[in-house]
Design a protein around this ligand. Structure first.
Ligand code: GTQ
Length: 349
């Protein structure tokens, strides 16, 4: 690919392009520079949503429609550069889901994988493949592909979580399947906490054989993840770009917890200023604790608890923590690494 210029469109060429167009043909040399770019070129933009601004809209939605009628009462977070496409990044979907006290979001299943990251409320639940889990702020919960799931809220407070799904990826591959369950809620056949005991104690049942590629643990409680970060923090070994960053893993093989999406929890200690970093996995961040700001693609975004922000593919990112901050994030890195094109770059501070 020698120059940035496209070959000139002479009248003979234009006439030829016009004729072959009727046979559904087009010349590569006219589009080559747009489709094989020297670096990622995306409509996806850096953006931050303040939770304080979103919450009233979500509560208003709670008065307009029930979870039952909506099936899922969710306000989709649409990337400002990708409006109308139900995407937060080119490959990922995200939304805020509200389940009010006494409500049920009816059981269904689909080929998309879902993650939930709990923002507010306590002891509402999701049931996945016959096991119910109670959810608390900071918990990271998985719905594997084609797993039956319904949500409910038996508490007396609204529950809100961030949904992350690989919807755009499944659309890209034309591989979406979905079906409702025959009842509003699926029967619960396993004890609450069973999967965490079985698979989340650094042990596995002796004859364990995995079914599917998602982690058999479906709730990674915040209390445990936070404890790990804070204990490790005492060692004062900071990564210049990430502070202290852990990835959630599948106990089956140490890989990411879900086949398409990677999830992370990181701690930035008070006063920490990270070195610029970029990677090809556009990333959705949500703040669990603390305040700070991040420079993304040359723009500063100031954040606090429950705010959500986006770092697009291959744009420089750096963080500054005003106080100890814990940040959850997810991206399509799990898919990109399996396919062999994930790339990262670090700058020295
Ligand atoms: O909770 O099952 O945000 O199916 C989008 C699609 C949530 C869910 C979303 C879904 C769900």
């Amino acid at each position: 690919m020698s120059s940035d210029e496209k070959p000139e469109v002479t009248s003979a060429r234009a006439e030829f392009y016009g004729r072959i167009d009727q046979d559904h043909l087009t010349p590569l040399w006219d589009v080559m520079k747009d489709i094989i770019t020297p670096e990622p070129k995306s409509g996806c933009r850096a953006h931050l949503w303040q939770y304080d601004r979103l919450r009233p809209f979500l509560m208003e939605a709670g008065e307009l429609i029930t979870a039952r009628e909506a099936e899922r009462r969710v306000l989709i977070l649409e990337n400002p550069g990708l409006r109308g496409q139900s995407r937060i990044t080119t490959s990922l979907y995200a939304g805020l889901q509200l389940v009010l006290p006494g409500e049920v979001a009816p059981a269904h299943r689909h080929s998309q994988t879902a993650l939930r990251f709990v923002l507010e409320g306590e002891d509402a639940h999701t049931t996945v493949e016959g096991e119910k889990t109670l959810m608390r702020p900071g918990d990271f919960v998985i719905t594997p592909p084609m797993a039956w799931h319904d949500h409910g809220n038996g508490s007396d407070k609204p529950m809100v979580w961030l949904d992350g799904l690989d919807i755009p990826m499944l659309s890209f591959f034309d591989a979406s399947f979905a079906e409702p369950y025959t009842a509003e809620e699926q029967p619960v056949g396993r004890n609450t906490g069973d999967s965490l005991a079985r698979y989340g104690a650094n042990m596995l049942p002796v004859d364990f054989e995995a079914t599917g590629q998602a982690s058999p643990i479906f709730n990674y409680p915040y209390a445990r993840s936070r404890e790990a970060l804070h204990r490790m923090a005492r060692q004062e070994e900071w990564d210049p770009c990430h502070g202290l960053k852990l990835r959630y893993t599948n106990p089956r093989d140490g890989g990411f917890a879900m086949p398409t999406m990677a999830t992370f929890l990181q701690l930035l200690p008070k006063g920490f200023e990270s070195a610029p970093y970029r990677a090809t996995d556009a990333t959705v961040f949500t703040v669990v604790e603390g305040f700070g700001r991040s420079e993304i693609d040359g723009e500063w975004f100031t954040w606090g608890p429950k705010d959500i922000f986006i770092a697009p593919s291959w744009k420089w990112v750096r963080h500054q923590a005003g106080e100890d901050a814990v940040i959850f994030s997810f991206s399509d890195r799990a898919a990109q690494q399996k396919l062999g094109f994930w790339r990262e770059e670090r700058q020295k501070n």
